[in-house]
Every structure is written in structure tokens, then in C-alpha cells.
Design a binder for this molecule. Structure first.
Ligand code: MN
Ligand code: MN
Length: 337
């Protein structure tokens, strides 16, 4: 039988190479375990009564789906007792999620979007879980505060996501490339199926919510207009558009076969600073895309260099194939036409 490398064996290799301390490995294994449990809940769908609205709103005034709440509870519970974390932060919680006093605190901070793309749930389309790991700057006898989480994306020690689609995959970086693992539903193991994923520098595919076109800034209008002119325009080739409307699925496509994904600054989201959240959406995805040879920018600076001001801060996101991101970013610096 062909030898298959599982998630634990992969991480032990990273541990031996000095890239992953033991505590971080154990933390990542707990996250993988929680992702498997969330995937199981997601896949039961209507049979388990988990679809539909929770009837509540999260801290950002968005309607919560039942699965948003379930996924959040699975992550909080799974990560509470291991002793690896100083504290957690979640899209679904206004402030820091403390480790219960019954358990010891550890050296890391974990941030997550428990269920990304949850509006896809009711149409049986892909959703996912996005996570980011930072060093806990506090001593273990101190309670981390929100300010301790406000580290730029470059400080991430690990980042990744799980995507619950036709198969469940876990995509991870610990700073040595991007690796994807596919869940074997029969054995429960995440198998290392996609070592060193790379985003091609060039692409003919783009992803943007085109219903916001009237709100876009001039650089984005110019860039998209060029793509849409196709073979007869300045780019000289036809481009295709794809939009799943779940960041995790759109970024997974970019990591798998290239492309550019955009949720740029526009007049609709300007007051909020952007649409996607910096700490548990943009930063982990930016680290993955950079580790895969792509680029990630707000249009004005690298996402990973943004100095966070707030836990739930929003930022513009432009990520994917390097040449495309660089072109759109260069338009931001160009004088208005
Ligand atoms: Mn999300
Ligand atoms: Mn979410």
C-alpha cells in the first residue's frame, strides 16, 4: 500500500526541522480536529437541523446562521483546555475570548473566522474556517488583552483554512510554503495531498463582486475595464470571471489554479475601511498567498504590513497572481485619468 503522509506526520517533520515548536504542533492538531468536527456538522445539513438563521446578530451586526454559532462553539471548546493558548479571538465575539480559569494558559494567540461564507450554507455551496496564530506577548500568569492581538500579519506563526466542499481540505502555512491536506472521511485522517502549492504569476481569471461597480474607485474601474476588453483591449487576451461569494472558496481557487481576488475599497465600504476583516480573513489569506508565490495588497500597502488598530478592523483586499496584483496596485499610484 502506498504510504500516505498524514497531518501529524507532516507537522512532526516541521517540528524536527525546527520550524514548529511542540506546543504549536499540538495547537494546530487541535485546530484540525475542530475543523473536522465543523465539517461533519456542515455536511449533515438539513438532517441535523443546523441550517437557517440563529435569530441573533454578531458583534458586527450581521445575522448569524445556526452554523456560525455551532462552528464558533466547536473551536472555542476544542481549544480551551490544551494549555497552548493565552486567549482566542473570533469573528463571532466582540472582544477577547478568555481561556477558562480551570485550564493553564500558553504561548500562542488563536484568531478565527469560524465559518466563512456562511450565506452559502443554505444553497449547499462551499464554506470554510479561517485561522491565524500569533505569539502571546504576555506571561502565562497574565490575561492577554485585545491590544496583544494587534500584531501585523507578518508576525503570524501559522495561518490556514479548512474548506468544506465536495471534499474537506485543510490548507496550512507555517512559513515554509503552503500545504493542503484532504480529509479521508473513512479514516478521519487529513492526508498531505498538495505539497508546496503555488499561485502562477500570470492568470486569465479574476474574481470581484461586480454589483459594486458603480461604487469602485478609478484604479479598479480601469483595471476591470481592461480585463473586460479581452483580446481586443490592452491586455490582448480574454479573461474569465469567477465568484463563489465565500472568501475561503474564492481564495482556494486562486491558490489552486491562479487568478486575482478583489474586495477593494469602494464608496459603499469606505466608512468601514473595507469589507473583509484584517485579523482573521485578510491576514491569514495574505500569508498563504505570499507563501505560495503570490501577492496581497490593500491597493496602497501589503496587507501583511498593515498595523492593526482594532480586532475587527476591515481592510481592502487584492490578492493572487503577482503580476495582476502589481498591475492593479500600480494603477493606485497612477495620477487619475
Ligand atoms: Mn468570513
Ligand atoms: Mn464567518
Amino acid at each position: 500500500m502506498q504510504h500516505r503522509v498524514g497531518f501529524t506526520q507532516f507537522l512532526v517533520g516541521e517540528q524536527r526541522a525546527g520550524r514548529v515548536p511542540l506546543d504549536l504542533r499540538l495547537l494546530l492538531e487541535v485546530v484540525a480536529h475542530a475543523a473536522r468536527a465543523i465539517g461533519a456538522a456542515v455536511s449533515k445539513g438539513a438532517l441535523a437541523g443546523v441550517l437557517g438563521e440563529a435569530g441573533t446578530e454578531n458583534v458586527q451586526g450581521e445575522a448569524q446562521k445556526k452554523l456560525d454559532v455551532i462552528a464558533n462553539e466547536i473551536l472555542l471548546r476544542a481549544n480551551a483546555w490544551g494549555g497552548h493558548l493565552g486567549a482566542m479571538a473570533s469573528e463571532e465575539a466582540e472582544t477577547v475570548c478568555r481561556i477558562p480559569s480551570a485550564y493553564p494558559r500558553g504561548d500562542y494567540l488563536l484568531l478565527f473566522d469560524p465559518l466563512d461564507g456562511s450565506s452559502n450554507i443554505d444553497i449547499n455551496a462551499p464554506v470554510g474556517t479561517i485561522f491565524s496564530v500569533l505569539r502571546n506577548p504576555r506571561r502565562k500568569d497574565e490575561e492577554p488583552a485585545e491590544a496583544d492581538f494587534l500584531q501585523p500579519g507578518r508576525a503570524q506563526l501559522a495561518a490556514g483554512y479548512a474548506i468544506y466542499g465536495p471534499s474537506t481540505q485543510l490548507v496550512l502555512t507555517v512559513g515554509n510554503g503552503v500545504h493542503a491536506f484532504t480529509l479521508d472521511r473513512e479514516t478521519g485522517d487529513f492526508i498531505h495531498t498538495h505539497p508546496f502549492m503555488t499561485v502562477p504569476a500570470q492568470t486569465r481569471e479574476y474574481a470581484i463582486n461586480a454589483s459594486n461597480m458603480r461604487h469602485w474607485e478609478a484604479p479598479v474601474r480601469r483595471y476591470i475595464a481592461e480585463l473586460q476588453q479581452g483580446r481586443g483591449g490592452p491586455r490582448g487576451v480574454d479573461f474569465n470571471m469567477r465568484w463563489v461569494a465565500a472568501m475561503v472558496a474564492d481564495v482556494h481557487r486562486v491558490l489552486t489554479r491562479g487568478g486575482i481576488f478583489m474586495y477593494p475599497l469602494d464608496e459603499k465600504c469606505r466608512a468601514q475601511g473595507g469589507r473583509l476583516r484584517l485579523m482573521y480573513e485578510a491576514n491569514p489569506m495574505a500569508l498563504l498567498v505570499e507563501q505560495a508565490g503570490g501577492a496581497a495588497s490593500t491597493g496602497r500597502e501589503c496587507i501583511l504590513d498593515v498595523v492593526p488598530q482594532r480586532l475587527h478592523q476591515r481592510v481592502p483586499v487584492i490578492l493572487g497572481s503577482r503580476h495582476e496584483v502589481e498591475r492593479l496596485v500600480s494603477f493606485h499610484g497612477a495620477p487619475a485619468a
